[in-house]
Ligand binder design. Structure first.
Ligand code: ATP
Length: 242
């Protein structure tokens, strides 16, 4: 039998008052697979990811690692390896780089001593030597690209099994976008699963196995990325001619 997916969601809806931002969306993320979530501005991508992460109330059912998870269980999800890098990164600007990284370890420990001694810290510094050089600098004074490294590093400190990234390319230089994608490519070997939200899709499609397209709160396509990369296919979804 097939191993159960790391994430299964069925009939997920998110409402803001009377407005429905996500309408009965269902999806699965296979263990070790990379899935990108595409769609125009306002399609509902952020709302769906926030609801899956337990940060926003939702209707519908979801299972993480085979366990059914009630709505808004963000702490349980983080402790079990579902970590999110939200849009805008949400660092603590007045804490140092290292303190921001160490806070990431609180996903799996409540002990300050254990968090400070997490072996992941050296791994993050190996991955991003720039952060090792700047560990005592306040995160809020780092460049956008460096803050992105801190956000990625903090998530890796949390021992992710499913990492969800909401528009990690936003506002970054080409070089920094490339670095982010390079790190994600390398992390595949660890068995990580990824849900990647991007508005401009080509780089995400090159990285991922499956692409999900959202429009007006609904999932309108879920296809292998190779099919979505064929000329004209994605454009037809975006233009609504498919
Ligand atoms: P973006 O890339 O711009 O974040 P998105 O695809 O992630 O777009 P959402 O941010 O999830 O889309 O927004 C989906 C819909 O929900 C939009 O119509 C948006 O205006 C609405 N919406 C989002 N957040 C709120 C909120 N806090 N209150 C009311 N409506 C909201």
């Amino acid at each position: 039998t097939e191993p159960s997916p790391i994430l299964r969601a069925s009939g997920i809806s998110v409402r803001y008052g009377l407005a429905t931002a996500v309408a009965t969306c269902s999806l699965e993320i296979a263990r070790g697979s990379y899935v990108c979530l595409l769609g125009r501005n306002g399609a509902g991508k952020t709302s769906l990811v926030s609801a899956l992460a337990g940060a926003l109330p939702r209707d519908g059912r979801m299972w993480f690692d085979g366990h059914e998870v009630a709505t808004s269980k963000s702490t349980w999800l983080a402790r079990n390896g579902m970590l999110v890098i939200p849009e805008g990164r949400h660092l603590y600007p007045s804490l140092t780089v290292e303190d921001n990284l160490v806070l990431g370890a609180y996903a799996w420990t409540r002990s300050a001593r254990e968090a400070r001694r997490a072996p992941e810290l050296e791994q993050v510094y190996d991955l991003f030597p720039r952060l090792a050089q700047r560990k005592r600098q306040l995160a809020g004074t780092m460049s956008g690209g460096e803050q992105q490294m801190v956000a990625l590093g903090r998530a890796l400190m949390g021992r992710p099994r499913l990492l969800m990234l909401d528009e990690p390319s936003l506002g970054l230089s080409e070089a920094m976008i490339e670095k982010t994608y390079e790190v994600l490519r390398d992390l595949r070997a660890t068995g990580l699963s990824v849900l990647l939200v991007e508005e401009s899709p080509h780089r995400a499609l090159e990285l991922c196995d499956v692409g999900i397209v959202m429009s007006s709160g609904s999932i309108i396509a879920e296809r292998p990325t190779a099919e979505l990369l064929a000329p004209g296919v994605l454009e037809s979804y975006y233009l609504g001619t498919k």
